[in-house]
Design a protein around this ligand. Structure first.
Ligand SMILES: Nc1ncnc2c1ncn2[C@@H]1O[C@H](COP(=O)(O)OP(=O)(O)OP(=O)(O)O)[C@@H](O)[C@H]1O
Ligand SMILES: [Mg+2]
Length: 248
């Protein structure tokens, strides 16, 4: 069997003296899976993503991502780990408003030491594939929410991460833009991108993921493969083009 992309073993995390945000969670995600994490507000979904991203540490248990033990990393090593292994997409895009779209997308590659010319070329290609290349020179504030999220996805893919994490990526979007982002995630996964997406949006979970996990009070209460007879996203030329870019 292929090595897991994510392996959580008996992970617990408690903040202050509240109840555990995560309680003895064990989870394995394999390459090529697209996993939706569902659950009520406060159930620990973002905590789970933050632990996988190395933005937070468990109190007990281990977190291993693509062969790296993440739970013990210091700050600098954790930042290096994220640049190499993780692409992140957030509800409110988290783009830097005083950098152009192109510069936002290039930034992770520059931090990772990619040559400037190569980074610019790749950023331009990703923006084109994601259909926002005409905004490359604009500042993010001028773009619609859906366009901003496409830019955020381009930025997340810049360093060809083995794992894409998304926390409520459609949470701030209108229905049509949300469906665009959902379609985009479906296509990326069809190309082999491993994805974990936290969402309240059942349509997003249904359309773009192969597995759903339910969290309640910091515990996994259900873990199901998606219904194979349910809607599966079509793969179109965007998928092939992103795959081709990523393979370079
Ligand atoms: N930095 C923090 N300090 C203190 N408590 C926290 C912190 N982060 C999370 N918590 C608590 O941990 C629990 C789980 O929070 P988490 O953000 O993981 O929930 P969530 O499932 O992502 O919720 P939502 O759907 O509202 O985003 C909550 O009770 C929350 O208040
Ligand atoms: Mg959350």
């Amino acid at each position: 069997m292929t090595a897991p992309v994510i392996e959580l073993c008996d992970v617990s995390r408690r903040y202050d003296d509240g109840p555990p945000a995560l309680h003895d969670v064990s989870l394995t995600v394999r390459p090529g899976e697209a996993v939706a994490v569902l659950g009520p507000s406060g159930s620990g979904k973002s905590t789970l993503l933050n632990l996988v991203a190395g933005l937070d540490r468990p109190d007990t248990g281990t977190v291993t991502v693509d062969g790296v033990r993440v739970d013990g990393l210091g700050e600098a090593a954790s930042a290096r780990y994220r640049r190499a292994k993780i692409g992140m997409v957030f509800q409110f895009f988290n783009l830097l408003d005083d950098l152009t779209v192109a510069d936002n997308v290039v930034l992770p590659a520059q931090l990772a030491g990619m040559a400037r010319g190569e980074a610019s070329r790749r950023a331009a290609e990703l923006l084109e594939v994601l259909g926002v290349d005409r905004h490359a020179g604009a500042y993010p504030g001028r773009l619609s929410g859906g366009e901003r999220q496409r830019v955020a996805v381009a930025r997340a893919l810049m360093n060809r991460p083995p794992l894409l994490l998304a926390d409520e990526p459609t949470g701030a979007l209108d229905t049509a833009s949300g469906e665009d982002v959902s379609q985009l995630l479906t296509e990326l996964n069809a190309d082999g991108q491993t994805i974990v997406v936290v969402t309240h949006d059942l349509a997003l979970a249904r359309s773009c993921t192969t597995r759903t996990i339910q969290l309640v009070d910091g515990r996994i209460t259900a873990d199901r493969a998606a219904d194979p007879t349910g809607p599966t996203g079509p793969t179109d030329s965007t998928a092939g083009a992103v795959a081709a870019e990523s393979a370079r």
